[in-house]
Design a protein around this ligand. Structure first.
Ligand code: ADP
Length: 172
């Protein structure tokens, strides 16, 4: 039997959105095993801690109708993405691509990663039309300003955002 095709879908997922969920469920058609790599991301101060982001993803991944029987794991990583990819035995990095805004960054990252390891391919899944404009950053902004984010994130995540903001406001 051929070796199982393992793919890594890396990101910050702060928090996971319907856009991410769409990519995750479509990625199950592309690989036999999907490892969602949750980056520590020291560059930006996250809204949710690494543990919270991992927990939320694990919860949400359980809701995916996974007809292909693809195994989905959620794992944190704080090293170089390519080292993490090799560590889990993946040959593919999966990324979502929204309109033109993501292109330059993704193009550069895919190019750098190809130089770091030419045996690993980056595969892009185009964001679905209905999720093109969803970004974790805007979800947080809308929620902070009292807007309804229930169309952008799964219900459990909207509730977690509400709880986080309530504790933030109580402490302020
Ligand atoms: P990063 O900090 O690495 O950009 P994100 O959590 O913001 O991590 O995104 C992870 C991946 O998911 C990226 O490839 C990003 O382009 C993709 N992505 C984010 N939002 C969407 C969306 N609405 N539709 C499709 N892909 C998306």
């Amino acid at each position: 039997m051929a070796e199982p095709r393992i793919g890594v879908y890396p990101g910050t997922f702060d928090p996971v959105t319907n856009g991410h969920m769409d990519i995750i469920s479509r990625a199950t058609h592309v690989v036999d095993r999907l490892v969602i790599g949750v980056a520590v991301n020291t560059g930006k101060e996250p809204f949710f801690s690494l543990d919270e982001r991992v927990d939320m993803l694990r919860e949400q991944v359980g809701t995916i109708a996974n007809g292909d029987g693809t195994r989905i794991d959620v794992r944190p990583f704080n090293n170089l993405l390519m080292h993490f990819v090799v560590e889990v035995g993946a040959k593919v990095i999966l990324r979502g691509l929204r309109a033109v805004s993501d292109f330059e960054y993704e193009f550069q990252m895919a190019g750098m990663n190809a130089r770091l390891n030419p045996h690993v391919e980056t595969v892009f899944l185009m964001a679905s039309e209905s999720h093109q404009f969803i970004a974790s950053r805007f979800v947080k902004e809308v929620a902070r300003l009292g807007g309804d984010v229930s169309h952008f994130v799964p219900p459990g995540i909207a509730a977690r955002i509400g709880e986080r903001l309530a504790t933030e406001n109580a402490g302020a």
